[in-house]
Design a protein around this ligand. Structure first.
Ligand SMILES: Nc1ncnc2c1ncn2[C@@H]1O[C@H](COP(=O)(O)OP(=O)(O)O)[C@@H](O)[C@H]1O
Ligand SMILES: N[C@@H](CCOP(=O)(O)O)C(=O)O
Length: 293
């Protein structure tokens, strides 16, 4: 059985803890019943011993598998990871979503995407990464009574994601602590207005509105201060034709959305100016988590 989950970019500027989209960069795991437990790792995190010995995927998978099957069983797990760790591209959501989906699939129990989302919420209590990881596309999500309420929109092929992945991580937990404890009425109104406008722009495919609508004053500046080059990355992307450029999740990646015909220029100007950072251009993913026999 093969399970793949896309990377995600959360917040999209003003939509803190609510907006997110899926990017065609995947973590994949192949799972087979086996006499002994074994793990192989390729790609992102493969040089991290923690992922072999104390792997969050395996812990979540085992819990769900035991609850469903009422017995323990050994498996071989072959991970091929494209989602970098702690770079704001939703690596933890990818792990949570794929571990839960895998346990159900291997036990042959049907799991609706809405239920998967609510189960994942117990591990990541904001829905902006888990929702696009499960559903694909652009998603608006909120949580009510421990349930995710979300609306999704597919993203067209003529739009591309250009991501600049710094060589240093930012932990989501610490990046959340860097935020102010309270916000003024003015700042709150600013973000609500921009988040609403951004949502409307995605839903009505008004791509030219994204630049104005993606402005945020509640989280990016506080987080980007930890890596001041990110302000320059954002400016470079926007000056070279990006429709929007925002801190991806809690960072450290900077996400830009652009028309396909501008993506090459944006990518090469970013590569030239930031040779020590990784710059990738990808399509958007409209499928979310996928399971194949
Ligand atoms: N492929 C993976 N396998 C196992 N655990 C992972 C994997 N990717 C991420 N994690 C876990 O998630 C943590 C990163 O989560 P977080 O700081 O929220 O970063 P991100 O912004 O990438 O979601 C890692 O420290 C690790 O514990
Ligand atoms: N809304 C969250 C999103 C965190 O995303 P991640 O990819 O950095 O885990 C936040 O901004 O804290």
């Amino acid at each position: 059985m093969r399970i793949s989950v896309p990377a995600t970019s959360a917040n999209l500027g003003p939509g803190f803890d609510s907006l997110g989209l899926a990017i065609s960069l995947y973590n994949q795991v192949v799972i087979r019943p086996s006499k002994f437990h074994s793990v192989s790792l390729r790609g992102e995190g493969s040089n991290n011993p923690m992922l072999k010995d104390n792997n969050m995927f395996i812990a979540i998978f085992n819990d769900f598998y035991f609850n469903l099957a009422k017995k323990k069983r050994n498996f071989r797990f072959e991970f091929t990871n494209e989602v970098p760790l702690s770079r704001g591209l939703g690596s933890s959501s990818a792990v949570i979503v794929s571990a839960i989906a895998s346990a159900y699939a291997i036990e042959g129990v049907k799991l609706e995407k809405e239920k998967l989302l609510n189960l994942a919420l117990a591990y990541e209590n904001h829905p902006d990464n888990i929702t696009p990881a499960v559903m694909g596309g652009f998603n608006v999500a909120s949580v009510q009574d421990n349930e995710v309420k979300s609306i999704r929109k597919e993203l067209p092929r003529f739009l591309k994601a250009v991501v600049v992945i710094p060589n240093r991580p930012i932990s989501t937990q610490l990046a959340r602590k860097a935020l102010p404890f309270k916000y003024s009425k003015e700042d709150t109104i600013f973000n609500i207005a921009h988040s609403s406008l951004l949502t409307a722009a995605f839903m009505t495919e008004n791509w030219e509105m994204l630049k104005t609508a993606s402005k945020d004053i509640v989280h990016q500046k506080y987080r980007m201060k930890q890596m001041p080059e990110l302000f320059d990355v954002q400016k470079t992307a926007l000056n070279n034709g990006a429709l929007m450029s925002t801190l991806s999740g809690s960072g450290s990646t900077l996400f830009s959305l652009c028309y396909k015909e501008d993506s090459q220029r944006i990518e090469s100007s970013l590569k030239k100016r930031f040779p020590h950072f990784r710059v990738l251009t990808r399509n958007f993913d409209n499928s979310g988590v996928r399971i194949e026999d």
